[in-house]
Design a protein around this ligand. Structure first.
Ligand SMILES: *Cc1c(COP(=O)(O)O)cnc(C)c1O
Length: 398
């Protein structure tokens, strides 16, 4: 079917929540390259929004999914699931957490984390229910996570339905958080680097948040849905900031493209007892087999080292570009292969995105008029060079 035909069906019967889509439909990909219906190749610096960390057609992921699909896709959580047990073991072994619970998306992981924090204090007989999240954050689209998301545009239409006890404070402002914390606070929910918000690095703020949570007696939930699974050059971003949270959420890259989310928690706050939470699909054999393949590849030290190396190279190249066009590029931010470039207000990030697409490069955009680069972690240096070349030409003319 031709792309134009797909578009006309889509416009007629799909609920449009994503705005005007790019007039492209992909058929397949290989490594970090995607191919569309017309056979045009695109170098991918978006990776399905930080999902396809091992790119397209990765032999280990493909083999794991294919083998599992031939045996067992789903069997319900009434039974033991080998792949689920092994994935939980691997995630807890590689992190500071003791237990894992699987779901299907990032929003669901955060939703579960909020429930877990509230249940923890319920069990202790403490009247703590409030969740504090940050302005400019993004935590998902369910009714509770949209309440936590610190962006008015996402929550306004749903306002009367939002659960109470969720409030926002400015990101990076420790004293604002300190004033917001109260004996009612159950948890602070926070990203190490705000992804959708514009690749804004929490830096020293994160350790301060940890200290304030300890002082207050509440829990800290780190949302690593985007930063997790090697994206920032370590398996989890928190490793780079010198703190440990009580709960951590994952999704996006964990299944390499197969939907899976996870909640990791320290033993002391594993408050869910049988019946308290659940899921039909979460942690099914297929998704967990994908997760195992992805994790065993990405958690290799040599792999993570390559992410750090390419990330440093890429960031230095973007900084060089900024030095060349200081009026047009305001700032370069991020770590590992999660990089952002904030543009001057007169250059619209979505215009740059569209122009690059015409030249065969897929990039992301994010808040604060930022270009967002979140390629497959297997991206090659010469592909980074090619992108920087195209960007250089763009800013020369812009
Ligand atoms: C994408 C994202 C989410 C939501 O994940 P979904 O799978 O779309 O529900 C939550 N938190 C962060 C930080 C994200 O980047």
């Amino acid at each position: 079917m031709e792309t134009a035909m797909i578009a006309s069906i889509d416009k007629r019967v799909y609920m449009n929540t994503f705005g005007e889509r790019f007039p492209i439909a992909f058929t397949h990909g290989k490594d970090s390259t995607l191919y569309d219906k017309e056979g045009v190749a695109y170098t991918d610096f978006l990776a399905g929004i930080a999902v396809n960390a091992l790119g397209y057609g990765h032999p280990k992921v493909t083999a794991a999914i294919t083998e599992q699909a031939q045996k067992l896709l789903h069997c319900s959580n009434y039974f033991y699931i080998e792949q689920q047990a092994l994935l939980a073991e691997m995630l807890t072994h590689l992190s500071c957490f003791d237990r894992a619970f699987f779901c299907n998306t990032g929003a669901e992981a955060n939703e579960g984390a909020i429930k877990l924090a509230r249940k923890h204090f319920y069990d202790k007989g403490e009247d703590r229910y409030e969740i504090i999240a940050c302005d400019n954050s993004f935590h998902g689209r369910t009714i509770a996570t949209v309440a936590a998301t610190g962006q008015e545009k996402y929550k306004k239409p749903y306002a009367p339905l939002l659960p109470s006890g969720i409030k926002n404070v400015p990101y990076g402002d420790a004293s604002a958080l300190k004033s917001a914390l109260s004996p009612k606070t159950a948890a602070v929910l926070i990203e190490c680097i705000q992804g959708e918000g514009g690749v804004i690095d929490g830096s020293d703020y994160l350790a301060k948040v940890r200290a304030l949570c300890d002082e207050n007696g509440c829990l800290m939930i780190v949302d690593e849905v985007q930063t997790g699974i090697g994206r920032t050059g370590t398996l989890f971003a928190y490793e780079q900031y010198g703190f440990e949270s009580d709960i951590l959420t994952l999704a996006k890259a964990l299944g390499g493209g197969v939907p899976i989310g996870a909640i990791l928690a320290k033993e002391a706050c594993c408050a869910f007892a049988p019946g308290d939470h659940g899921t039909t699909f979460g942690g099914n054999p297929l998704a967990c087999a994908a997760g195992l393949a992805v994790l065993s590849e990405i958690s290799r030290e040599a792999f993570l080292e390559s992410v750090r190396k390419k990330g440093e190279y890429f960031k230095a190249e973007l900084e060089r570009l900024q030095a060349q066009f200081p009026q047009k590029i305001l700032e370069v931010r991020g770590r590992g292969l999660m990089l952002g470039m904030e543009l001057a207000p007169e250059i619209k990030n979505s215009d740059v995105q569209k122009e690059l697409l015409k030249q065969g490069f897929i990039i992301g955009v994010a808040g604060h008029n930022t270009l967002r680069f979140i390629p497959p972690l297997i991206i090659r240096e010469e592909q980074i060079d090619a992108l920087v070349g195209v960007l250089t030409n763009y800013f020369r003319k812009a």
